[in-house]
Design a protein around this ligand. Sequence first.
Ligand code: ZN
Length: 527
Amino acid sequence: PKIEKKMEELARSKETITRREVSKAEALDTYTKKGDEYKVELISALEDGTISFYTNGNFTDLCRGPHLPHTGFIKAIKLTSIAGAYWRGDEHNKMLTRIYGITFPKKSMLDEYLAMLEEAKKRDHRKLGKELELFCFSPRVGAGLPLWLPKGAALRDRLEHFLRNVQKQYGYQQVITPHIGMKDLYVTSGHYAKYGKDSFQPIHTPDDSEEFLLKPMNCPHHCEIYRWKPRSYKDLPLRFAEFGTVYRYEQSGELHGLTRVRGFTQDDAHIFMTWDQMEQEIQNVVRLFDEVYSTFGLSYQIEVSTMPEDHIGEKETWDMATDTLKRAIEHMGKTYVINEGDGAFYGPKLDFHLSDSLGRTWQCGTIQLDMQMPERFDLEYVGADGEKHRPVMIHRVVLGSIERFIGVITEHFAGAFPTWLAPVQVKVLAMTDRTHEAAKQIADSLDKLGIRVETDLRNEKIGFKIREAQMQRIPYMLIIGDKEVENNVIAVRSRKGGDLGTMPLAAFEEKLMEEVKTRSISECVTK
Ligand code: ZN
Protein backbone atom coordinates (compact mmCIF):
# COMPACT_ATOMS: atom_id res chain seq x y z
CA PRO A 1 0.00 0.00 0.00
CA LYS A 2 2.87 2.36 0.73
CA ILE A 3 4.40 1.90 -2.72
CA GLU A 4 1.00 2.19 -4.34
CA LYS A 5 0.37 5.46 -2.54
CA LYS A 6 3.73 6.85 -3.64
CA MET A 7 2.97 5.87 -7.24
CA GLU A 8 -0.39 7.66 -7.10
CA GLU A 9 1.33 10.73 -5.73
CA LEU A 10 3.87 10.67 -8.60
CA ALA A 11 1.11 10.19 -11.15
CA ARG A 12 -0.79 13.19 -9.82
CA SER A 13 2.31 15.38 -10.00
CA LYS A 14 2.50 14.90 -13.81
CA GLU A 15 6.27 14.66 -13.87
CA THR A 16 7.83 14.97 -17.30
CA ILE A 17 9.75 11.87 -18.41
CA THR A 18 12.92 12.70 -20.34
CA ARG A 19 15.36 10.50 -22.26
CA ARG A 20 19.13 10.95 -22.22
CA GLU A 21 21.71 8.90 -24.06
CA VAL A 22 25.21 8.32 -22.72
CA SER A 23 28.19 6.17 -23.69
CA LYS A 24 28.53 2.67 -22.30
CA ALA A 25 31.61 3.76 -20.32
CA GLU A 26 29.71 6.61 -18.67
CA ALA A 27 26.77 4.36 -17.82
CA LEU A 28 29.12 1.77 -16.30
CA ASP A 29 30.85 4.47 -14.30
CA THR A 30 27.55 5.82 -12.91
CA TYR A 31 26.41 2.43 -11.61
CA THR A 32 29.83 1.35 -10.39
CA LYS A 33 29.91 4.48 -8.22
CA LYS A 34 26.41 3.70 -6.96
CA GLY A 35 27.54 0.14 -6.16
CA ASP A 36 24.63 -1.32 -8.14
CA GLU A 37 26.03 -4.74 -9.12
CA TYR A 38 22.90 -5.70 -11.09
CA LYS A 39 22.92 -2.68 -13.40
CA VAL A 40 26.69 -3.07 -13.85
CA GLU A 41 26.14 -6.65 -14.95
CA LEU A 42 23.38 -5.65 -17.39
CA ILE A 43 25.37 -2.80 -18.91
CA SER A 44 28.50 -4.94 -19.27
CA ALA A 45 26.52 -7.44 -21.36
CA LEU A 46 25.27 -4.73 -23.76
CA GLU A 47 26.95 -4.02 -27.07
CA ASP A 48 29.13 -0.94 -27.28
CA GLY A 49 27.28 2.20 -28.25
CA THR A 50 24.91 4.61 -26.55
CA ILE A 51 22.76 3.64 -23.62
CA SER A 52 19.51 5.38 -22.74
CA PHE A 53 18.41 6.71 -19.36
CA TYR A 54 14.99 8.03 -18.41
CA THR A 55 14.38 10.58 -15.71
CA ASN A 56 11.30 11.84 -13.93
CA GLY A 57 11.61 14.12 -10.92
CA ASN A 58 14.66 13.06 -8.93
CA PHE A 59 14.60 9.49 -10.24
CA THR A 60 16.80 8.25 -13.10
CA ASP A 61 17.04 4.72 -14.39
CA LEU A 62 18.50 2.68 -17.19
CA CYS A 63 15.78 1.87 -19.72
CA ARG A 64 15.41 1.12 -23.42
CA GLY A 65 12.05 2.93 -23.48
CA PRO A 66 9.83 4.16 -24.94
CA HIS A 67 7.89 5.98 -22.21
CA LEU A 68 4.82 8.18 -21.94
CA PRO A 69 5.68 11.93 -22.05
CA HIS A 70 4.66 12.40 -18.38
CA THR A 71 3.39 10.43 -15.38
CA GLY A 72 -0.04 12.09 -15.46
CA PHE A 73 -1.34 9.65 -18.08
CA ILE A 74 -1.75 7.14 -15.28
CA LYS A 75 -5.12 7.48 -13.56
CA ALA A 76 -5.43 4.13 -11.78
CA ILE A 77 -2.78 1.96 -10.14
CA LYS A 78 -2.93 -1.43 -8.49
CA LEU A 79 -0.04 -3.53 -7.24
CA THR A 80 -1.31 -7.05 -7.65
CA SER A 81 1.23 -9.48 -6.19
CA ILE A 82 4.83 -10.16 -5.25
CA ALA A 83 6.92 -13.22 -6.06
CA GLY A 84 10.48 -14.45 -5.68
CA ALA A 85 12.36 -14.34 -8.96
CA TYR A 86 15.90 -15.46 -9.71
CA TRP A 87 18.10 -12.73 -11.10
CA ARG A 88 17.96 -13.07 -14.90
CA GLY A 89 15.79 -16.18 -14.53
CA ASP A 90 18.73 -18.38 -13.52
CA GLU A 91 18.20 -20.54 -10.45
CA HIS A 92 21.93 -20.38 -9.60
CA ASN A 93 21.55 -16.66 -9.06
CA LYS A 94 20.26 -14.80 -6.04
CA MET A 95 16.53 -14.63 -5.51
CA LEU A 96 15.06 -11.15 -5.72
CA THR A 97 11.55 -9.92 -5.09
CA ARG A 98 9.48 -9.02 -8.10
CA ILE A 99 6.52 -6.68 -7.61
CA TYR A 100 3.69 -7.06 -10.10
CA GLY A 101 1.41 -4.16 -10.80
CA ILE A 102 -0.83 -2.66 -13.40
CA THR A 103 -1.86 0.84 -14.37
CA PHE A 104 -4.67 2.20 -16.52
CA PRO A 105 -5.55 5.55 -18.07
CA LYS A 106 -9.08 5.24 -16.55
CA LYS A 107 -10.40 4.07 -13.19
CA SER A 108 -13.25 2.10 -14.85
CA MET A 109 -10.71 0.07 -16.85
CA LEU A 110 -8.91 -0.89 -13.67
CA ASP A 111 -12.18 -1.96 -12.02
CA GLU A 112 -13.06 -4.07 -15.04
CA TYR A 113 -9.63 -5.67 -14.97
CA LEU A 114 -9.79 -6.43 -11.24
CA ALA A 115 -13.23 -8.03 -11.68
CA MET A 116 -11.75 -10.21 -14.42
CA LEU A 117 -8.87 -11.22 -12.12
CA GLU A 118 -11.35 -12.13 -9.38
CA GLU A 119 -13.30 -14.29 -11.82
CA ALA A 120 -10.09 -15.86 -13.12
CA LYS A 121 -9.13 -16.77 -9.54
CA LYS A 122 -12.45 -18.58 -9.10
CA ARG A 123 -11.85 -20.43 -12.37
CA ASP A 124 -8.19 -21.27 -11.74
CA HIS A 125 -7.72 -24.69 -13.32
CA ARG A 126 -5.46 -25.79 -10.45
CA LYS A 127 -8.31 -25.21 -7.98
CA LEU A 128 -10.99 -26.68 -10.29
CA GLY A 129 -8.71 -29.58 -11.22
CA LYS A 130 -8.71 -30.62 -7.58
CA GLU A 131 -12.41 -30.00 -6.95
CA LEU A 132 -13.48 -31.84 -10.11
CA GLU A 133 -10.87 -34.59 -9.56
CA LEU A 134 -9.25 -34.13 -12.97
CA PHE A 135 -5.54 -34.32 -12.20
CA CYS A 136 -2.98 -34.17 -9.40
CA PHE A 137 0.76 -33.90 -8.86
CA SER A 138 2.96 -36.02 -6.64
CA PRO A 139 6.38 -34.90 -5.41
CA ARG A 140 7.44 -38.55 -5.55
CA VAL A 141 6.71 -38.68 -9.29
CA GLY A 142 8.19 -35.25 -9.84
CA ALA A 143 7.23 -31.61 -10.19
CA GLY A 144 5.63 -30.62 -13.47
CA LEU A 145 4.58 -34.17 -14.30
CA PRO A 146 0.76 -34.31 -14.08
CA LEU A 147 -1.06 -37.48 -13.05
CA TRP A 148 -4.46 -37.81 -14.71
CA LEU A 149 -7.21 -39.01 -12.37
CA PRO A 150 -10.04 -41.15 -13.83
CA LYS A 151 -12.29 -38.14 -14.52
CA GLY A 152 -9.53 -36.10 -16.12
CA ALA A 153 -8.50 -39.11 -18.18
CA ALA A 154 -12.10 -39.54 -19.38
CA LEU A 155 -12.19 -35.91 -20.48
CA ARG A 156 -8.82 -36.15 -22.19
CA ASP A 157 -9.84 -39.36 -23.93
CA ARG A 158 -12.92 -37.61 -25.42
CA LEU A 159 -10.82 -34.65 -26.53
CA GLU A 160 -8.29 -36.89 -28.29
CA HIS A 161 -11.06 -38.97 -29.81
CA PHE A 162 -12.66 -35.81 -31.22
CA LEU A 163 -9.41 -34.57 -32.67
CA ARG A 164 -8.50 -37.95 -34.14
CA ASN A 165 -11.83 -38.01 -35.98
CA VAL A 166 -11.51 -34.45 -37.31
CA GLN A 167 -7.96 -35.14 -38.46
CA LYS A 168 -9.09 -38.28 -40.24
CA GLN A 169 -11.61 -36.20 -42.22
CA TYR A 170 -8.78 -33.88 -43.26
CA GLY A 171 -6.64 -36.73 -44.56
CA TYR A 172 -4.26 -37.29 -41.64
CA GLN A 173 -2.87 -40.70 -40.72
CA GLN A 174 -2.21 -41.48 -37.08
CA VAL A 175 1.29 -42.72 -36.11
CA ILE A 176 2.87 -43.64 -32.77
CA THR A 177 6.54 -43.17 -31.86
CA PRO A 178 8.59 -43.83 -28.68
CA HIS A 179 9.28 -41.38 -25.86
CA ILE A 180 13.04 -41.46 -26.41
CA GLY A 181 15.36 -41.36 -29.39
CA MET A 182 19.10 -41.59 -29.92
CA LYS A 183 20.99 -38.40 -29.26
CA ASP A 184 22.36 -38.35 -32.82
CA LEU A 185 18.82 -38.08 -34.16
CA TYR A 186 18.46 -34.70 -32.46
CA VAL A 187 21.93 -33.62 -33.47
CA THR A 188 20.84 -34.25 -37.07
CA SER A 189 17.56 -32.36 -36.62
CA GLY A 190 19.23 -29.40 -34.95
CA HIS A 191 17.13 -29.80 -31.79
CA TYR A 192 20.10 -30.86 -29.69
CA ALA A 193 21.85 -27.59 -30.41
CA LYS A 194 18.67 -25.74 -29.45
CA TYR A 195 17.38 -27.76 -26.47
CA GLY A 196 20.32 -29.95 -25.48
CA LYS A 197 21.99 -28.04 -22.70
CA ASP A 198 18.81 -26.67 -21.16
CA SER A 199 17.00 -29.98 -21.13
CA PHE A 200 17.11 -33.30 -19.34
CA GLN A 201 20.47 -35.05 -19.48
CA PRO A 202 20.92 -37.97 -21.90
CA ILE A 203 19.96 -41.48 -20.80
CA HIS A 204 22.84 -43.97 -21.13
CA THR A 205 22.68 -47.67 -21.87
CA PRO A 206 24.11 -49.85 -19.02
CA ASP A 207 27.39 -50.35 -20.91
CA ASP A 208 27.52 -46.64 -21.79
CA SER A 209 27.78 -47.40 -25.50
CA GLU A 210 24.70 -45.43 -26.55
CA GLU A 211 23.01 -42.18 -25.53
CA PHE A 212 19.31 -41.43 -25.74
CA LEU A 213 17.34 -38.26 -25.15
CA LEU A 214 13.85 -37.85 -23.80
CA LYS A 215 11.96 -36.69 -26.86
CA PRO A 216 11.90 -32.85 -26.97
CA MET A 217 10.08 -32.86 -30.36
CA ASN A 218 8.28 -35.42 -32.51
CA CYS A 219 9.47 -34.17 -35.91
CA PRO A 220 12.64 -36.28 -36.25
CA HIS A 221 10.64 -39.45 -35.57
CA HIS A 222 8.12 -38.50 -38.24
CA CYS A 223 10.92 -37.74 -40.71
CA GLU A 224 12.18 -41.27 -40.14
CA ILE A 225 8.70 -42.62 -40.86
CA TYR A 226 8.76 -40.66 -44.13
CA ARG A 227 12.16 -42.16 -44.96
CA TRP A 228 10.98 -45.69 -44.25
CA LYS A 229 10.20 -46.28 -47.94
CA PRO A 230 10.67 -44.49 -51.25
CA ARG A 231 7.98 -41.83 -51.78
CA SER A 232 6.44 -40.67 -55.03
CA TYR A 233 4.78 -37.33 -55.85
CA LYS A 234 1.56 -39.36 -56.06
CA ASP A 235 1.83 -40.06 -52.27
CA LEU A 236 1.99 -36.37 -51.39
CA PRO A 237 0.83 -34.61 -49.35
CA LEU A 238 1.50 -37.10 -46.55
CA ARG A 239 0.08 -36.08 -43.18
CA PHE A 240 1.35 -37.89 -40.08
CA ALA A 241 -0.39 -37.08 -36.79
CA GLU A 242 0.52 -38.18 -33.29
CA PHE A 243 -0.39 -37.41 -29.72
CA GLY A 244 3.30 -37.26 -28.92
CA THR A 245 4.51 -36.71 -25.38
CA VAL A 246 7.62 -34.53 -25.21
CA TYR A 247 9.82 -33.57 -22.27
CA ARG A 248 11.46 -30.24 -21.66
CA TYR A 249 13.14 -29.10 -18.53
CA GLU A 250 11.43 -26.06 -17.03
CA GLN A 251 12.77 -24.44 -13.88
CA SER A 252 10.66 -25.26 -10.84
CA GLY A 253 9.74 -21.58 -10.41
CA GLU A 254 8.27 -21.58 -13.93
CA LEU A 255 5.97 -24.55 -13.38
CA HIS A 256 2.28 -23.71 -13.21
CA GLY A 257 -0.51 -26.32 -13.00
CA LEU A 258 -1.15 -27.80 -16.43
CA THR A 259 -0.09 -24.69 -18.33
CA ARG A 260 3.67 -25.02 -17.62
CA VAL A 261 4.82 -28.62 -17.15
CA ARG A 262 7.89 -30.75 -17.82
CA GLY A 263 6.17 -33.46 -19.81
CA PHE A 264 3.32 -32.67 -22.17
CA THR A 265 1.49 -34.19 -25.09
CA GLN A 266 1.41 -32.30 -28.36
CA ASP A 267 -1.38 -32.91 -30.84
CA ASP A 268 1.39 -32.85 -33.36
CA ALA A 269 1.37 -33.43 -37.10
CA HIS A 270 3.88 -33.18 -39.90
CA ILE A 271 2.84 -32.72 -43.48
CA PHE A 272 5.21 -33.54 -46.30
CA MET A 273 4.37 -31.96 -49.65
CA THR A 274 5.64 -30.37 -52.85
CA TRP A 275 6.15 -26.57 -53.13
CA ASP A 276 3.08 -26.42 -55.39
CA GLN A 277 0.87 -27.95 -52.74
CA MET A 278 1.89 -25.52 -50.03
CA GLU A 279 -0.84 -22.89 -50.29
CA GLN A 280 -3.66 -25.40 -50.51
CA GLU A 281 -2.21 -27.42 -47.68
CA ILE A 282 -1.94 -24.41 -45.37
CA GLN A 283 -5.59 -23.67 -46.08
CA ASN A 284 -6.49 -27.27 -45.30
CA VAL A 285 -4.81 -26.87 -41.89
CA VAL A 286 -6.54 -23.54 -41.20
CA ARG A 287 -9.93 -25.05 -42.04
CA LEU A 288 -9.22 -27.83 -39.55
CA PHE A 289 -8.27 -25.21 -36.93
CA ASP A 290 -11.56 -23.37 -37.60
CA GLU A 291 -13.54 -26.53 -37.05
CA VAL A 292 -11.74 -27.38 -33.80
CA TYR A 293 -11.68 -23.92 -32.22
CA SER A 294 -15.32 -23.11 -33.06
CA THR A 295 -16.32 -26.34 -31.29
CA PHE A 296 -15.13 -24.70 -28.05
CA GLY A 297 -16.47 -21.24 -28.87
CA LEU A 298 -12.93 -19.86 -29.05
CA SER A 299 -12.14 -17.04 -31.48
CA TYR A 300 -8.58 -16.28 -32.58
CA GLN A 301 -6.17 -13.82 -34.06
CA ILE A 302 -3.43 -14.89 -36.47
CA GLU A 303 0.14 -13.70 -36.19
CA VAL A 304 2.63 -14.17 -39.04
CA SER A 305 6.14 -14.61 -37.65
CA THR A 306 8.90 -13.78 -40.11
CA MET A 307 12.62 -14.56 -40.54
CA PRO A 308 14.62 -14.27 -37.29
CA GLU A 309 18.21 -13.08 -37.16
CA ASP A 310 19.61 -16.52 -36.32
CA HIS A 311 17.90 -18.31 -39.24
CA ILE A 312 19.27 -21.02 -41.48
CA GLY A 313 18.65 -21.05 -45.24
CA GLU A 314 18.54 -18.45 -48.02
CA LYS A 315 16.59 -15.20 -47.72
CA GLU A 316 14.92 -15.88 -51.09
CA THR A 317 13.48 -19.18 -49.91
CA TRP A 318 12.28 -17.48 -46.73
CA ASP A 319 10.53 -14.72 -48.69
CA MET A 320 8.82 -17.23 -50.92
CA ALA A 321 7.62 -19.28 -47.95
CA THR A 322 6.45 -16.21 -46.00
CA ASP A 323 4.54 -14.92 -49.03
CA THR A 324 2.86 -18.28 -49.46
CA LEU A 325 1.74 -18.28 -45.80
CA LYS A 326 0.29 -14.78 -46.12
CA ARG A 327 -1.37 -15.48 -49.47
CA ALA A 328 -2.97 -18.68 -48.17
CA ILE A 329 -4.76 -16.93 -45.31
CA GLU A 330 -5.52 -13.77 -47.34
CA HIS A 331 -7.30 -15.94 -49.91
CA MET A 332 -9.43 -17.32 -47.07
CA GLY A 333 -10.44 -13.74 -46.20
CA LYS A 334 -8.58 -13.80 -42.88
CA THR A 335 -6.64 -10.94 -41.35
CA TYR A 336 -3.34 -11.17 -39.51
CA VAL A 337 -0.69 -9.14 -37.75
CA ILE A 338 3.03 -9.41 -38.46
CA ASN A 339 5.43 -10.45 -35.73
CA GLU A 340 8.72 -9.35 -37.25
CA GLY A 341 11.67 -11.73 -36.77
CA ASP A 342 9.86 -14.22 -34.53
CA GLY A 343 9.77 -17.21 -36.89
CA ALA A 344 11.36 -20.58 -36.04
CA PHE A 345 15.02 -20.84 -37.03
CA TYR A 346 14.06 -23.13 -39.93
CA GLY A 347 11.05 -21.27 -41.37
CA PRO A 348 8.22 -18.73 -41.01
CA LYS A 349 5.06 -19.58 -39.08
CA LEU A 350 1.47 -18.69 -38.30
CA ASP A 351 0.54 -18.47 -34.62
CA PHE A 352 -3.07 -18.69 -33.50
CA HIS A 353 -3.89 -16.68 -30.38
CA LEU A 354 -7.18 -17.84 -28.89
CA SER A 355 -9.44 -15.55 -26.83
CA ASP A 356 -11.17 -17.21 -23.89
CA SER A 357 -14.44 -16.20 -22.23
CA LEU A 358 -12.60 -13.75 -19.93
CA GLY A 359 -10.93 -12.04 -22.89
CA ARG A 360 -7.49 -13.45 -22.11
CA THR A 361 -5.43 -14.76 -25.01
CA TRP A 362 -3.56 -18.04 -25.27
CA GLN A 363 -1.22 -19.00 -28.05
CA CYS A 364 -2.24 -22.53 -28.97
CA GLY A 365 -2.07 -23.47 -32.65
CA THR A 366 0.92 -22.97 -34.92
CA ILE A 367 1.59 -23.76 -38.55
CA GLN A 368 5.31 -23.71 -39.34
CA LEU A 369 6.83 -24.06 -42.76
CA ASP A 370 10.14 -25.89 -42.80
CA MET A 371 12.56 -26.03 -45.72
CA GLN A 372 15.47 -27.22 -43.56
CA MET A 373 14.57 -30.47 -41.86
CA PRO A 374 13.81 -32.28 -45.16
CA GLU A 375 17.36 -31.25 -46.14
CA ARG A 376 18.94 -32.42 -42.88
CA PHE A 377 17.14 -35.78 -43.07
CA ASP A 378 17.74 -36.09 -46.81
CA LEU A 379 14.03 -36.59 -47.53
CA GLU A 380 13.11 -37.21 -51.16
CA TYR A 381 10.28 -38.05 -53.48
CA VAL A 382 10.27 -39.08 -57.09
CA GLY A 383 8.54 -36.42 -59.18
CA ALA A 384 6.43 -36.78 -62.35
CA ASP A 385 9.67 -36.19 -64.24
CA GLY A 386 11.20 -39.34 -62.72
CA GLU A 387 13.80 -37.23 -60.87
CA LYS A 388 14.37 -36.99 -57.14
CA HIS A 389 13.08 -33.86 -55.38
CA ARG A 390 13.06 -32.47 -51.87
CA PRO A 391 9.64 -32.16 -50.16
CA VAL A 392 8.68 -29.20 -47.95
CA MET A 393 7.41 -29.84 -44.47
CA ILE A 394 4.69 -28.28 -42.29
CA HIS A 395 4.83 -28.68 -38.51
CA ARG A 396 1.46 -27.98 -36.96
CA VAL A 397 -0.30 -28.31 -33.62
CA VAL A 398 -3.95 -27.35 -33.09
CA LEU A 399 -4.38 -27.42 -29.32
CA GLY A 400 -0.62 -27.21 -28.79
CA SER A 401 -0.15 -29.08 -25.54
CA ILE A 402 -3.16 -31.18 -24.57
CA GLU A 403 -2.37 -30.55 -20.89
CA ARG A 404 -2.25 -26.81 -21.37
CA PHE A 405 -5.36 -26.75 -23.55
CA ILE A 406 -7.33 -28.64 -20.89
CA GLY A 407 -6.09 -26.02 -18.39
CA VAL A 408 -7.27 -23.27 -20.75
CA ILE A 409 -10.75 -24.72 -21.39
CA THR A 410 -11.22 -25.56 -17.71
CA GLU A 411 -10.96 -21.82 -17.05
CA HIS A 412 -12.83 -20.85 -20.24
CA PHE A 413 -15.84 -22.99 -19.24
CA ALA A 414 -15.32 -22.45 -15.47
CA GLY A 415 -15.26 -26.25 -15.17
CA ALA A 416 -18.72 -26.60 -16.77
CA PHE A 417 -17.50 -28.54 -19.80
CA PRO A 418 -19.77 -29.11 -22.79
CA THR A 419 -21.84 -32.27 -22.32
CA TRP A 420 -19.91 -34.22 -24.98
CA LEU A 421 -16.68 -33.58 -23.06
CA ALA A 422 -17.84 -33.65 -19.41
CA PRO A 423 -16.18 -36.43 -17.36
CA VAL A 424 -19.58 -37.32 -15.88
CA GLN A 425 -22.51 -36.38 -18.10
CA VAL A 426 -25.46 -37.48 -15.99
CA LYS A 427 -25.96 -38.20 -12.31
CA VAL A 428 -29.00 -40.20 -11.21
CA LEU A 429 -30.11 -39.20 -7.72
CA ALA A 430 -32.39 -41.55 -5.78
CA MET A 431 -34.80 -39.72 -3.48
CA THR A 432 -35.44 -42.67 -1.14
CA ASP A 433 -34.34 -46.29 -0.58
CA ARG A 434 -37.47 -47.35 -2.45
CA THR A 435 -36.24 -45.85 -5.72
CA HIS A 436 -32.70 -47.34 -5.73
CA GLU A 437 -33.66 -50.08 -8.16
CA ALA A 438 -35.30 -47.65 -10.59
CA ALA A 439 -32.28 -45.29 -10.40
CA LYS A 440 -29.90 -48.14 -11.20
CA GLN A 441 -32.02 -49.21 -14.17
CA ILE A 442 -32.03 -45.68 -15.57
CA ALA A 443 -28.23 -45.47 -15.18
CA ASP A 444 -27.89 -48.84 -16.96
CA SER A 445 -29.96 -47.61 -19.87
CA LEU A 446 -27.80 -44.47 -20.24
CA ASP A 447 -24.62 -46.49 -19.87
CA LYS A 448 -25.69 -48.72 -22.76
CA LEU A 449 -25.91 -45.59 -24.93
CA GLY A 450 -22.29 -44.78 -24.08
CA ILE A 451 -23.21 -41.96 -21.68
CA ARG A 452 -20.88 -41.41 -18.71
CA VAL A 453 -23.29 -41.78 -15.80
CA GLU A 454 -23.05 -42.07 -12.02
CA THR A 455 -25.67 -42.82 -9.38
CA ASP A 456 -26.05 -41.28 -5.95
CA LEU A 457 -27.83 -43.80 -3.70
CA ARG A 458 -26.57 -42.38 -0.41
CA ASN A 459 -28.90 -41.80 2.48
CA GLU A 460 -28.70 -38.00 2.18
CA LYS A 461 -31.26 -35.26 1.63
CA ILE A 462 -32.01 -34.71 -2.07
CA GLY A 463 -31.12 -31.00 -1.78
CA PHE A 464 -27.66 -31.96 -0.58
CA LYS A 465 -27.18 -34.44 -3.44
CA ILE A 466 -28.25 -31.82 -5.99
CA ARG A 467 -25.88 -29.22 -4.56
CA GLU A 468 -23.00 -31.64 -4.71
CA ALA A 469 -23.69 -32.66 -8.32
CA GLN A 470 -24.05 -28.98 -9.21
CA MET A 471 -20.65 -28.26 -7.62
CA GLN A 472 -19.22 -31.04 -9.79
CA ARG A 473 -20.63 -29.15 -12.83
CA ILE A 474 -22.44 -32.31 -14.00
CA PRO A 475 -24.60 -31.26 -16.98
CA TYR A 476 -27.73 -33.25 -16.01
CA MET A 477 -29.18 -34.56 -12.75
CA LEU A 478 -32.05 -37.04 -12.86
CA ILE A 479 -34.12 -37.11 -9.68
CA ILE A 480 -36.01 -40.30 -8.99
CA GLY A 481 -38.70 -40.28 -6.29
CA ASP A 482 -41.77 -42.45 -5.66
CA LYS A 483 -43.93 -40.24 -7.89
CA GLU A 484 -41.56 -40.50 -10.84
CA VAL A 485 -41.38 -44.30 -10.53
CA GLU A 486 -45.17 -44.49 -10.30
CA ASN A 487 -45.66 -42.38 -13.45
CA ASN A 488 -42.72 -43.94 -15.30
CA VAL A 489 -40.97 -40.58 -15.84
CA ILE A 490 -37.80 -38.86 -14.64
CA ALA A 491 -37.39 -35.38 -13.12
CA VAL A 492 -34.59 -33.59 -14.99
CA ARG A 493 -32.39 -30.75 -13.71
CA SER A 494 -29.67 -29.10 -15.76
CA ARG A 495 -26.69 -27.36 -14.17
CA LYS A 496 -27.48 -24.28 -16.24
CA GLY A 497 -31.26 -24.13 -16.42
CA GLY A 498 -32.25 -25.74 -13.10
CA ASP A 499 -35.54 -27.69 -13.02
CA LEU A 500 -36.56 -28.86 -16.52
CA GLY A 501 -39.65 -30.75 -15.31
CA THR A 502 -40.52 -34.43 -15.79
CA MET A 503 -40.31 -36.45 -18.99
CA PRO A 504 -40.07 -40.07 -20.12
CA LEU A 505 -36.52 -41.44 -20.06
CA ALA A 506 -36.57 -42.00 -23.84
CA ALA A 507 -37.30 -38.31 -24.49
CA PHE A 508 -34.39 -37.24 -22.30
CA GLU A 509 -32.07 -39.75 -23.95
CA GLU A 510 -32.96 -38.41 -27.37
CA LYS A 511 -32.25 -34.81 -26.34
CA LEU A 512 -29.00 -35.82 -24.65
CA MET A 513 -27.69 -37.87 -27.58
CA GLU A 514 -28.41 -34.98 -29.96
CA GLU A 515 -26.50 -32.58 -27.69
CA VAL A 516 -23.53 -34.94 -27.53
CA LYS A 517 -23.57 -35.64 -31.26
CA THR A 518 -23.61 -31.96 -32.25
CA ARG A 519 -21.05 -31.09 -29.52
CA SER A 520 -23.31 -28.25 -28.45
CA ILE A 521 -21.92 -25.67 -26.07
CA SER A 522 -25.32 -24.11 -25.38
CA GLU A 523 -25.44 -25.78 -21.95
CA CYS A 524 -22.11 -24.23 -20.95
CA VAL A 525 -21.77 -21.25 -18.68
CA THR A 526 -18.88 -19.27 -20.13
CA LYS A 527 -19.69 -15.81 -18.74
ZN1 ZN B 1 7.69 -30.62 -35.67
